[in-house]
Design a binder for this molecule. Structure first.
Ligand SMILES: [Fe+2]
Length: 544
């Protein structure tokens, strides 16, 4: 297994090994055979009921699937595929199996309100490598010229340069697309050009909405293959589950349980080590789910995480307002309907108020930071190179030495936001996205289309996973989308007893309740639903 995995994963394993040597209390022990922390603090272990429910859910779905004979042969038509949701196998029907999944409006919304919402970028000029001409896209700009659309901030792009040359399983292909989107007069984001490889070439056409129906649909599916590959490896596993595991380890190694910052963070670490242990031994193992059903397999998955790790900065990528600013999308008047941004910003600001007030209770001058040896050691470990057992994170405010409240608050915001809202946004719509493979494929048979020749429905069906593979994808997506823990602020374990801190926590809960009402009100009029950042269903921690 070790030879299969690139550097990022080895760094994680090294961290586990180092931790065994470093931790005085030996709460965590590590193992190369299982790539997971062996003993987890009692407070963060799976409860019996939680673990039991997950196993039960998987078993029930599998039995039902066998009863209705979903698990062999190929699909006869896209309608045939959609029919599985009309059986009672799944406890809820999926809206993606209806007639809207293939529309351009739905495809546009997948960039701003589904599981992978942080790639869309304001387009200020057409990227040189995207071979789009004014004549090509003018028919889709509602009478506007290209330069007017750019000036009015109506054009956006998603660029998957990071996917170029990524390892794939034998016989499989992934795309490295760049696509242009238009925010139309109905406030909907729609794709207007898709190039499936990075550099223009005769065999790399720019696909357009005016192309033959199934050719355009195939271009969107190949784009979504890159999007899904990136989502599962980087957005979800790498930069919520694994990134936060590093922060959990650094916290346990350096902060005592009586430290106020430990008490603030601990509720947001619930079950993380356990769920990562399960994932590393079942889902991401050499014969596990990722290797079986995805085009990249685990080698590509960890290579992508490694590539992102080389540029990820806590003060930009891990700090929502800065991250939005870097994509030209902090201004909420640009790209209205970007529900993820709007709801995530509101939550970020509430978390920021909570953390700021909490930190102010315990640190009132610069010497209170410099005299706190535990917090200094914690900060150092966040930046210490992974080769030396640290997290090796870039852009950590203070660069390993905390002297002011702003730096500490920024780090804590990143950890709490990522563990709660960041993971919720990446996780809980997985069933809706992956549960209907044409909508969000993680593997496509065949190779990238190189011409605009008209394709047929059979071409699309032949490229999809067969019934057995589809069923496997659906079962895992269903389990991974399960909600089983308390809402944000409603902590499973009580760590905070200080009356002043309790008052800060009560205010946090009140603001979350108000935000929940706001989201519920907004949802009533939203054409495309985005309920995943309603604080009432955002868990405290990464528990699934
Ligand atoms: Fe997750």
């Amino acid at each position: 297994m070790q030879q299969l995995l690139p550097t990022a994963f080895h760094h994680l394993l090294q961290m586990h090994q180092q931790s065994r040597l470093l931790w005085q209390n030996q709460l965590f022990k590590t193992s190369l055979e299982h790539q997971a922390v062996k003993e987890v603090p009692e407070d963060e272990k799976f409860s019996f009921n939680y673990q039991f429910d997950l196993l039960k859910l998987g078993a029930e779905i599998t039995i039902k699937g066998k009863l209705v004979r979903l698990v062999s042969g190929d699909w006869d038509s896209l309608d045939d595929l959609g029919n599985i949701y009309k059986s009672d196998v799944f406890s809820k029907p999926t809206p993606l199996a209806d007639d809207t999944w293939h529309t351009d409006e739905h495809f546009g919304f997948q960039r701003i309100g589904r599981v992978n919402n942080s790639l869309i970028t304001l387009c200020t000029e057409i990227p040189e490598k995207l071979a789009v001409t004014e004549d090509m896209v003018k028919p889709f700009l509602e009478g506007m010229g290209l330069s007017a659309a750019l000036a009015k901030k109506k054009l956006f792009y998603v660029d998957y340069a990071i996917m170029e040359g990524i390892p794939v399983k034998s016989g499989m292909t992934v795309s490295s697309p760049i696509a242009l989107f238009y925010h139309n007069k109905k406030n909907r984001l729609v794709p207007i050009a898709i190039q499936l490889k990075q550099q223009p070439a005769d065999d790399n056409p720019v696909f357009l909405p005016s192309d033959p129906k199934y050719t355009w649909l195939a271009a969107k599916m190949w784009f979504n293959l890159a999007d899904a590959s990136y989502h599962e490896s980087v957005t979800h596993l790498g930069f919520t589950h694994l990134l936060m595991e590093g922060c959990v380890l650094a916290t346990h190694r350096n902060l005592s349980q009586s430290h106020p910052i430990f008490k603030l963070l601990a509720p947001h670490f619930l079950y993380l080590i356990d769920i990562n242990g399960s994932a590393l031994t079942t889902l991401i193992s050499p014969d596990g789910w990722v290797q079986n059903v995805t085009a990249m397999g685990i080698k590509g998955l960890f290579e992508l995480i490694q590539r992102k790790l080389e540029t990820w900065r806590m003060d930009v990528d891990g700090t929502l307002p800065k991250e939005l600013e870097s994509r030209g999308l902090l201004d909420q008047t640009v790209l209205s309907g970007y529900h993820y941004r709007d709801d995530a910003l509101a939550l970020y600001n509430i978390i920021n108020s909570y953390v700021t007030a909490y930190v102010a209770l315990y640190y009132d001058c610069s010497s209170s930071f410099t005299n706190d040896q535990e917090i200094q050691a914690w900060a150092q470990e966040l930046v210490k190179p992974r080769s030396q057992g640290g997290c090796g994170l870039l852009g950590v405010p203070g660069e390993g030495s905390i002297n002011n409240a702003a730096d500490l608050v920024c780090i804590l915001n990143c950890i709490i936001f990522t563990s709660s809202a960041g993971h919720a946004a990446a996780n809980f719509a997985q069933y809706d996205e992956y549960g209907f493979p044409p909508n969000y494929p993680i593997a496509i048979k065949g190779s990238l289309p190189t011409t605009k020749a008209a394709l047929t429905e059979s071409c699309i069906l032949n490229a999809l996973p067969d019934k057995a593979m589809t069923f496997e994808i659906i079962v895992i997506a269903k389990i991974l989308s399960s909600l089983g823990t308390n809402k944000l602020g409603d902590y499973e374990m009580k760590y905070i007893y200080d009356p002043k801190a309790e008052r800060v926590l009560q205010r946090f809960k009140k603001e979350l309740a108000e935000q929940s009402q706001r989201v519920k009100t907004l949802e009533k009029t939203r054409e495309f639903s985005f309920k995943w950042l309603d604080p009432e269903i955002v868990p405290n921690a990464i528990s699934i």
